[in-house]
Design a protein around this ligand. Structure first.
Ligand SMILES: [Zn+2]
Length: 150
C-alpha cells in the first residue's frame, strides 16, 4: 500500500483499487441528486477544496469530481452555505479519528480546520457507498462554506 503523510496523519491507500473504484463510479452524489443545493456545490467545486486537500485527494487516487455525498446545512450569517460531504478510499490510517467522540453513530464529528472555510477528518465508515463488497474503507469527512450563486 502507498503511504502518505498528511499533517498529523499517516494514510495508507490501495491506490490502484481506489482509482478503479472512482473510474467505475458514474457520477458524484451531488450530480445524482441534482437539487439546487447540490447544483450550487457543483458550480463551486473547484474552489471548495484548499490546494493541499486537492493534492491529497489526487495522491489517494480519488477523483475529486466524484464526492460520494454532499449535504447542505443551510445559510450562515454571511450568506454562505455550510456543506458537508465525504469521499472513500480503500486503506487505513494512523492518527486522530474524527468519530472518536461519537457513540453508536450519534454525536458529532471532530474535523480539523484546514482553512477559514474548510475542515476535514478521517474515520472508518462506508456510508452510502456505491461500492459493493468493498471492505476496509476510510471515509474522508469534510465541511466547507461556499457562496450561494443565484
Ligand atoms: Zn442535493
Amino acid at each position: 500500500m502507498k503511504e502518505i503523510k498528511y499533517r498529523d496523519w499517516t494514510l495508507r491507500v490501495a491506490e490502484v483499487e481506489t482509482q478503479r473504484i472512482y473510474k467505475e463510479l458514474k457520477q458524484s452524489g451531488a450530480e445524482s441528486c441534482g437539487c439546487t443545493s447540490c447544483l450550487n456545490f457543483i458550480k463551486l467545486r473547484e474552489e471548495a477544496y484548499p490546494d493541499e486537500v486537492k493534492l491529497l485527494i489526487s495522491n489517494l487516487g480519488i477523483d475529486i469530481q466524484k464526492e460520494i455525498e454532499i449535504s447542505d446545512f443551510g445559510s450562515l450569517e454571511d450568506g454562505r452555505h455550510l456543506y458537508s460531504g465525504w469521499f472513500h478510499f480503500k486503506g487505513n490510517f494512523d492518527g486522530f479519528n474524527c468519530s472518536s467522540s461519537m457513540v453508536e453513530g450519534n454525536g458529532h464529528l471532530d474535523l480539523n480546520p484546514i482553512s477559514e472555510s474548510f475542515s476535514l477528518g478521517f474515520r472508518y465508515a462506508n456510508n452510502k457507498t456505491p461500492l459493493k463488497g468493498v471492505e476496509g474503507l476510510v471515509q474522508i469527512e469534510f465541511c466547507c462554506k461556499l457562496a450561494w450563486l443565484d
